[in-house]
Design a protein around this ligand. Structure first.
Ligand code: KIV
Ligand code: ZN
Length: 515
């Protein structure tokens, strides 16, 4: 290994696998593909695209991502069962660079209660699963689930077995988010020192955030010898989530003086990736979230503002531009042409097909007619809304609502349903209730509304509203987004986007298969 390689920390993104395990964070194939493309463009080394054996939908996602992504390794998770490994191998087969990630629990508690296996049988399973995976690919990762609560002598034997069977990456997860940085870092030092062939593998961290220590633990792991960090955009994931990619990457970059390691991440793409993941999952980012929160670069107090104006470094340890936050207004107006709009799309990282581009351009012109100042965020919301609505069975054609402070409201809604225009006039307790009832009547379904969320895309009373609706029906969960200057119209578009996804899911996941 060259000196350079020794200092390089690989970024393994598991937004599409561990991230999707957050309750409610379901993503469609198209959405996963869009996220994977953004991750590839930002320089992620390994994309964990899913858990191929979990369902046909998961298999298809991993498989499509494997076909599309060229510059990142595409990985599928697999338990230590031969069927799991074979399915993962099949899913990643088209990948230019493919990895199988297999895992089994090694802590006394998990082995006894969950697996009901003797330690020797677990070692056997490690040997079998890693060897099986190596028959398909050279790049095999093995994880000791619940490593941080594993007996150290047994951990050495397990890691030794995995490396002997051909594992090239060894991951020691803090599955339950229990570790503190000093012990997590020490675990790597001990394993690397006590396993004879530890130099044959790259060690990886995988930290959950139950005590808010996921990022600190990941960095301690690197100090202890790990050279891969598993993380997710916005830190989404099981329970309290995983280590947030934007935080580990910016910590390594900003404090290179004390952590002399590099990643391959283009940090200016961070903001866009964060926005895409929160839009798609409906998991909004808290305002004070490090790196990507709305207030991460806002200076409220007079003393801070004064300092930052004199010299940004007084209170800013990194620039908003370094993570892709721009406060620039769009210098396009209603007279701007297609070429200027196309340039803006490119700058914001969108590559749209012809039809989608024309639709976005038309909507941009309409928006420019009604809204005084157009910001980059407006364009992002508009394009995300357009991409979400795309070619679908249901579409909102027109909507009129009337509401009053005495609690009665009516929605007069016209929708296109399978190419046929239909209209309903429906009452509700408020305008949003009325319009959701109207959609349910026209679509003829009655899903459970799990989440309804609104936020203003920019400042000002003429700001576009961006809505997220999460619907649940017979165990299937979908998220829909919509943006518009009229909040109720944005809500209607979000509900209809979710309805479209639910119809696709009904076909792909018939009830018998979900039971
Ligand atoms: O947290 C964990 O242990 C995992 C493994 C499957 C790697 O997600
Ligand atoms: Zn995990």
């Amino acid at each position: 290994m060259s000196h350079h390689d020794q200092d390089r920390v690989r970024i393994f993104d598991t937004t599409l696998r561990d991230g999707e395990q957050s309750p409610g964070a379901s993503m469609t194939l198209d959405e996963k593909l869009r996220i994977a493309e953004v991750l590839e463009a930002m320089g992620v080394d390994i994309i964990e695209a899913g858990f191929a054996i979990a369902s046909n939908g998961d298999f298809e996602c991993v498989n499509q991502i494997a076909k599309t992504i060229k510059n990142s390794t595409v990985c599928s998770l697999a338990r230590a069962a031969l069927g799991d490994i074979d399915r993962a191998a099949e899913a990643i087969k088209p990948a230019k660079m493919g990895r199988i990630h297999t895992f089994i629990a090694t802590s006394p508690l998990h082995m006894k209660v969950k697996l009901q296996m003797e330690p020797e049988a677990v070692l056997d399973a490690i040997h079998q699963s890693v060897s099986r995976a190596r028959n398909f690919v050279e790049d095999v990762e093995w994880s000791a689930e619940d490593a941080t609560r594993t007996d150290m002598d047994f951990l050495y034997r397990a890691v030794d077995t995995a490396i002997k069977a051909g594992a090239t990456t060894i991951n020691l997860p803090d599955t339950v988010g229990y570790a503190v940085p000093s012990e997590y870092g020490q675990m790597y030092r001990d394993v690397i020192e006590n396993v004879a062939n530890s130099d044959k593998a790259i060690f990886s961290t995988h930290c959950h955030n139950d005590l808010g220590l996921a990022v600190a633990n990941s960095l301690a792991g690197v100090a202890g010898g790990a050279r891969q960090i598993e993380c997710t955009i916005n830190g989404i994931g099981e329970r309290a989530g995983n280590a947030a990619m934007e935080e580990v990457v910016m910590a390594l970059r900003t404090r290179a003086d004390v952590m002399p390691y590099s990643t391959g991440i283009k940090t200016t793409d961070i903001s866009r990736a964060s926005k895409l993941v929160s839009t798609v999952t409906g998991f909004s980012v808290q305002n004070n979230k490090a790196i990507v929160g709305a207030n991460a670069f806002a200076h409220e107090s007079g003393i801070h503002q004064d300092g930052v104006l004199k010299a940004a470094e007084t209170y800013e340890i990194m620039t908003p531009e370094s993570v892709g936050v721009t406060t620039k207004k769009l210098v396009l107006g209603k007279l701007s042409g297609r070429a200027a709009f196309a340039d803006k799309m490119k700058e914001l990282g969108y590559e749209l097909g012809d039809n989608a581009f024309q639709d976005c351009f038309r909507r941009f012109k309409e928006l420019a007619d009604r809204k005084k100042t157009i910001y980059d965020e407006d364009i992002v919301a508009l394009v995300d809304d357009e991409v979400a609505t795309g070619a679908n069975r249901f579409q909102v054609i027109s909507l009129n609502t009337h509401s009053s402070s005495n609690g009665s409201a009516v929605a007069d809604l016209t929708m296109k349903i399978d190419d046929e225009e239909r209209k309903a006039v429906v009452y509700g307790s408020g305008p949003v209730d009325a319009v959701f009832n109207a959609i349910k009547e026209l679509v003829e379904f009655a899903p459970h509304l799990v989440l309804f969320q609104v936020h203003a895309v920019t400042q000002g009373t003429d700001a576009q509203a961006e809505c997220t609706v999460r619907l649940e029906e017979d165990g299937r969960t979908v998220n829909g987004q919509g943006a518009h200057e009229d909040t109720v119209t944005a809500a209607a578009r979000a509900y209809v986007a979710a309805a479209n996804k639910l119809m696709v899911k009904r076909q792909k996941q018939p009830l018998a298969a979900t039971a």
